[in-house]
Design a protein around this ligand. Structure first.
Ligand SMILES: C[S@@+](CC[C@H](N)C(=O)[O-])C[C@H]1O[C@@H](n2cnc3c(N)ncnc32)[C@H](O)[C@@H]1O
Length: 277
């Protein structure tokens, strides 16, 4: 194996091109060490002597692309990540929305769902709201580009840091909606009943995903360059209802894009002007 030898610039570039081609993620030389560590593991698993061999595998075996996507994506997430947006969702958005449309199911899209904590957070808050407002109905679609992490999300089994965080911030919700499973916890049927998982690349048009009243596009725009962000925002907007709410991550902002999202609060935007609940 020559994986310990310095990888030449052409090979590094070829990997960055592959990452961009399959995910839209823009990587610069600064990211090589991170990427190299992840690739090295896969080379060992496949018993490949050289990074260039892996580039050939990627070209020759389309089925390897899924593993490649899994290894180049960063899946960090947590339940109730960025508490203020969940306060907004539970205390402002849901009551206003239900008062305006008591007969319509709320449609929520967790658009880069990773291992599912974000989607199950929405499900917990929607369930809590439904218990207090029996006519309320909702559906959640959770999508991600990476197969492996989506399977984890659908399995809904959590342990370690992820569940410890929830135990600290919302022990009553953990007790109510999760059951003990092996060394961790598993989301129960109330959280799964209205939640669907599906693979989707945000760089592709969301042709048959549906239309959403709330879209969580959080901590994923940061991985794309300005052009990629614009393209993804245009795609996401195509799947949003007029007046729908778009919520982004803490280090993401739409201020440099003029594309029909109106600022409502930090991290929270409306699709179109003036369409309020
Ligand atoms: C850091 S996680 C964010 C998870 C969650 N939204 C949150 O804020 O906690 C980023 C996720 O974006 C996904 N992702 C990266 N590129 C994507 C693309 N082109 N289409 C869809 N998902 C993508 C990754 O697989 C990863 O699971």
């Amino acid at each position: 194996m020559d994986t310990d030898r310095e990888v030449d610039q052409a090979t590094r570039r070829a990997f960055f091109d592959q990452v961009r081609r399959h995910t839209g993620i823009a990587m610069s030389e600064r990211k090589w060490t991170l990427l190299e560590g992840r690739l090295r593991r896969r080379l060992r698993e496949l018993a490949l002597p050289d990074y260039r061999d892996y580039l050939q595998v990627l070209e020759a075996k389309p089925e390897e692309v899924n593993d490649f996507i899994d290894l180049v994506t960063t899946n960090e997430t947590s339940f109730f990540r960025t508490p203020r947006i969940w306060e907004y969702f539970a205390q402002q958005f849901l009551p206003r929305w239900f008062a305006a449309r008591p007969d319509m199911p709320l449609r929520v899209w967790s658009a880069a769902a990773s291992s599912g904590e974000e989607a199950y957070t929405v499900a917990m808050l929607c369930e809590e709201f439904r218990l207090a407002h029996p006519g309320f109905r909702y559906r959640i679609l959770a999508t991600d580009i990476a197969d492996g992490i989506l399977r984890k999300a659908a399995a809904a089994q959590y342990r370690g840091r992820s569940i410890e965080g929830l135990a600290q911030t919302h022990p009553e919700l953990l007790k109510k909606y999760f059951s003990a499973h092996e060394e961790g916890f598993c989301a129960g049927p109330a959280l799964r009943a209205n939640l669907t998982f599906r693979k989707h690349n945000l760089h592709q048009r969301p042709r048959d995903l549906g239309v959403f009243d709330v879209t969580l596009l959080r901590n994923v725009l940061i991985y794309f360059d300005a052009e990629g962000q614009q393209a993804v925002l245009e795609n996401v907007r195509r799947a949003m209802a007029p007046g729908g709410v778009l919520i982004v991550g803490e280090s993401e902002s739409l201020s440099r894009f003029d594309m029909g999202f109106a600022f409502e609060q930090p991290l929270i935007y409306r699709n179109g002007e003036g369409a309020r609940d």
